[in-house]
Design a protein around this ligand. Structure first.
Ligand code: TMP
Length: 203
């Protein structure tokens, strides 16, 4: 089973992913978590370019780099684990490319980004996507509390408004995406995640 978590930076994804991992592990499932971009040695090197490079990266090159990192992770880690019956949890997947590089950058048309996503994943789709929805302003304040901004986060408030609207559009279109209000308490959000997850778990 493949579960992805999505949302703009500062939505609280990483905290919930750790809790969901513990919850499922305690229930006896074989659970693996990967972050995107990243999760394999090659993909982590690509992550470093994408998040820490001081050079300008053209939106098409950026989209291809995110996709290259993903192609490596899917082929070498995710598929083999799914074939063994494991649960794989992804801290972001291709919806992030649609939202950030498609809706956010507004250079490459969204349908082109979606073709790229299908190629990189060889049509692998999540069984469930949890989209943690938060106001971009609130997310910005949360981010500043934690750490310095990376290359993507420096794109500015208008960019994050567009990314957020992009995730909303995807959630309205795709049945597998569940949008959850992440401005509530962490306990309430976690319980909502578990309620949706329980409906999908293999028995
Ligand atoms: P993270 O901070 O959640 O690990 O994500 C890394 C950054 O990369 C975050 O700003 C979102 C961005 N990103 C994209 O722009 N496109 C993508 O396809 C992915 C996976 C992440």
């Amino acid at each position: 089973m493949l579960i992805s978590f999505e949302g703009i930076d500062g939505c609280g994804k990483s905290t919930h992913i750790e809790k969901v991992k513990s919850y499922l592990t305690e229930k006896g499932y074989d659970v693996h978590v990967f972050r995107e971009p990243g999760g394999t040695p090659v993909s982590e090197k690509i992550r470093d370019i994408l998040l820490n490079s001081k050079d300008d990266i053209h939106p098409l090159a950026e989209s291809l780099l995110f996709s290259a990192a993903r192609a490596q992770l899917v082929a070498t880690s995710i598929r083999p684990l799914l074939e063994k019956g494991a649960i794989v949890i992804l801290d972001r997947f291709y919806d992030s490319t649609t939202a950030y590089q498609g809706y956010g950058r507004q250079v490459i048309p969204v349908p082109d980004i979606e073709r790229l996503n299908a190629l990189a994943t060889q049509n692998l789709e999540p069984d469930l996507t949890i989209y943690l929805k938060i106001d971009p302003e609130m997310a910005y304040r949360r981010r500043l509390e934690v750490r310095e901004e990376d290359r993507m986060e420096r794109a500015g408030p208008a960019f994050f408004q567009r990314v957020s609207a992009g995730f909303d559009a995807l959630a309205a279109r795709e049945q597998r995406i569940v949008a959850l209000d992440s401005s509530r308490s962490p306990e309430e959000t976690f319980q909502a995640i578990i309620d949706h997850l329980e409906k999908k778990l293999p028995r």
